[in-house]
Design a protein around this ligand. Sequence first.
Ligand SMILES: Nc1ncnc2c1ncn2[C@@H]1O[C@H](COP(=O)(O)OP(=O)(O)OP(=O)(O)O)[C@@H](O)[C@H]1O
Ligand SMILES: [Mg+2]
Length: 258
Amino acid sequence: MKLAISGKGGAGKSTLAAALVLLMARRGRKVLAVDADPDANLAAALGIPASEQEKLIPISRQAALIEERTGAEVRQYGQIFKLNPDVSDIADSFAYHHKGAALLILGAVDRGGGGCACPENVLMRALVTDLVLYKDDALVMDMEAGVEHLGRATASGVDRMIIVIEPGQRAVDSTRRILRLAHDIGLQDIRLVANKVTGPEDVRFIRDAFPQNKFIGVIPYREEFRRADRVGRSVLDGLPDDLLHCFENILTNLEAPL
Ligand SMILES: Nc1ncnc2c1ncn2[C@@H]1O[C@H](COP(=O)(O)OP(=O)(O)OP(=O)(O)O)[C@@H](O)[C@H]1O
Ligand SMILES: [Mg+2]
């Protein structure tokens, strides 16, 4: 499964991504978590200690790696460089291992003119393309908020997407834009998860906005999530059983055909 998790800013993308990654790892699946948000915080949601997080350098900032693989200097234009750098070992060499899962932080890539041909972009594109071909492991990509990334290689190789929606008109509008763009890039398997739900009215509001789309879960608004965030605990650590069941259901529904 090559899953991208998308949604409006703050909807709960990283929370859900971390929970699914940790659950898959608990179930003994080989899973690669990819933080594709320039404002990366999946490591925190996975409960990686702050002192360790400091050591995690995003791929886009690994100048030596980029230069070695592309044969050109980063942030320099007008150079000749390899358009198909070898990236097949990067996930294995650069991933951070935590609680049975592997984490790769992509980092920010300069979008200059929508996909400029600079070495760092070429390497990142090759890497993402390679990751989605990655054996038969599960790949969970925590995306940046909004929709801009959807036109890029980042999402074009994934085979399913979850859009996280919170009960609110702006989140509904965001979701509509994401659905349109996902459709444009030919992504067919899109499922919705309602998050931060405080009652049946919230569920109805979200469901009524998307009667045609498949909902695979509802996560209540709960203080436990914010507390875990504040104290730097993983999303799943110390989670009450009812919330754990929410994520288990989502994973089961996700693995079932659309
Ligand atoms: N169900 C929930 N109940 C209460 N708080 C929640 C819930 N889900 C997420 N949160 C909190 O909301 C905040 C944003 O969550 P998260 O970082 O997962 O969102 P995001 O979509 O990844 O945000 P960003 O767009 O900034 O990457 C965090 O403080 C998180 O703990
Ligand atoms: Mg996030």
